[in-house]
Design a protein around this ligand. Sequence first.
Ligand SMILES: NC(=O)c1ccc[n+]([C@@H]2O[C@H](COP(=O)([O-])OP(=O)(O)OC[C@H]3O[C@@H](n4cnc5c(N)ncnc54)[C@H](O)[C@@H]3O)[C@@H](O)[C@H]2O)c1
Ligand SMILES: O=C(O)CC[C@@H](O)C(=O)O
Length: 649
Amino acid sequence: MTTTLENPVADKIQAAVLPTIVLDFDSTFTQVEALDILAEQLFSSDPARLTDITAIKDLTDLAMSGEISFAEALQRRVQILKPTKADLEGLVETLKGLVSASVARNKEAFLRHPGKFRIISGGFHDFIAPVVAEYGIRPEHILANRLVFGDDGIAVSVDQGNPLSKDGGKVVALQGWDITGPVVMVGDGWTDFEVYKGGAADRFYAFVENVKREKVVQATHGIEAAQVVVSFDEVLHNEGFEGRYSFPRSRLKVLLLENVHPTAIQAFREEGYDVTTVKGALDEDDLIDAIQGVHILGIRSKTTVTQKVLDAADKLLAVGAFCIGTNQIDLKGCSKKGIAVFNAPYSNTRSVVEMVMGLTVILTRNIYDKSIQMHTGKWDKSATGAHEVRNKTIGIIGYGAIGSQLSILAEAFGMRVIYYDVAEKLTLGNARRYRSLDALLAEVDVLSIHVDGRAENKNLMGAAQFAKMKDGALFINLSRGHVVDIDALAQALKSGKIYGAAVDVFPEEPRTNDDPFVSPLTGIKNLILTPHIGGSTEEAQEAIGEFASERLLNFLNRGDTTFSVNMPNVQLSEVEGRHRFLHIHQNVPGVMAAINNIIAKYNLNILAQHLKTNESLGYVIVDVDRGYSKEALEELKAVTGTLKFRSLT
Ligand SMILES: NC(=O)c1ccc[n+]([C@@H]2O[C@H](COP(=O)([O-])OP(=O)(O)OC[C@H]3O[C@@H](n4cnc5c(N)ncnc54)[C@H](O)[C@@H]3O)[C@@H](O)[C@H]2O)c1
Ligand SMILES: O=C(O)CC[C@@H](O)C(=O)O
């Protein structure tokens, strides 16, 4: 199956006759209404004038949505604001930092096509010109009002001779401009729609990236030449401009489940992707419904990505596990479909380790049960059964990222560290590796499990293993629930074989905070139960949000697969001034030769080429210079064994 990212609208438009794009300034070129920002700047530190900030905003809104006359609103706002030239300089600096995200990321397109982008605004040339100059828009390509200053340097009114100071002014002003060829108007406000309605523009885009004005959006309905767009990427794409992106990001859907951290949501939105979030996990049926049309799925540990879900995933390019574990994802199924899987292997490691150390001390001192007794009014000041952790032996099963970090912290607490791992590991500090699990079990005062969630680890700790431990040892599991036979653990605790335990992960876990927790472990003495929160610190969640979204964005934006858990890892630079083909295929003979034949047939000039394979997948990345035909793309997609094909610009 191939992923087809087509653009029929752009195909219809001759690239040679690029239209002139006329942008509104307030809430379109910039994220904000400049006069609202000016009001905040001038009045927010003066309690007596705070109401003027609201008054300015109200006037702006009423005019933008077409409720009152634009001319009246403009004049009244200037009368309230009375700015000086110095005030406007401050405003310019603020506005430069508030350029709309999709405009800012397409700066290259502005600079590459001087004269093709113009500004029309009911705002003021005085502050618009220096902001848009950075995008190569010259003063003569800005139509805007001018402030009239009094002798004291304070603006008192609007230049009345300028048509833009009047109602319907944009239509008149634009019609009088020296534009040849089609004109495309992009704006959020009613006056922008009027430009199209009044016949001064051939096409209209209602721009809703910053603010959605219902009256304007409604007005576009049923008009073939008018469209609502959530980002400037779409405008560039539809109008045949070579923006940074071969496919508008706003049409790529990102579905983030299980309350992933807002940093991730923001990262995708800032890059222009269409993000939907869901608080909890989804069960299989709900996920099957939700996954259709989704390009990127973000989950944590509670969502299971099964083969059935993958079968329903018609557009899925990648799955991000916003956690360490990936055992909830059918990795083989993903590979078979060329879907890349990423996780955040180190972002919550420290949080888990700190929690294990804390639990070790709490259990060794018997603090947990003492606290419970206190809550029932019982004061038991006694040292019996309470110990230091110093000189005790901690046994770690699974000496990976978490196990080895724990080794360092435990040693810093004065503990003796021994570990068991099925793989060769670098032993840290004075830790000792045991090659026999049974030998380790027999020696530990505290046992902590940190193996990964592979299926073979089911019931790694069962009745036989608990029986091999010293009487009165402590047990901790913050890895995966199925690794421990919990009936056997319950029995070992009840019999006193295991003196105390802390369990954070369970074979069956509630999907959301509203679902009940049911387990044979509830009600047992000296057993600390926690709701799978080993990695749940604000620090870890933020770090995971940043790390996982960065991996997914690098994959989307440039094809980079660094840290992917199932794809061959290829580190790639940004796509600058070139086209990049990304070809994911079954690892079968002949694919590379077929790709190269097509490249030779179409005489494409290769700037860089990479091929990396793993057991099941091959990943070819080809960078070519700008000239290539659609037929070449079609043939590349049709190569036998192709799973996914994308092109980036
Ligand atoms: N409770 C939480 O909130 C939480 C947070 C993060 C991670 N985790 C879980 O913690 C576990 C460890 O995470 P990590 O980042 O250290 O993983 P890791 O992959 O870095 O380390 C796992 C180690 O276990 C070893 N191993 C696997 N099976 C084994 C076995 N049967 N016997 C001995 N060694 C075995 C591996 O060789 C590897 O060295 C994972 O299951 C992860 O999902 C839980
Ligand atoms: O936050 C989660 O849902 C899972 C945390 C942890 O088990 C992990 O695998 O990182």
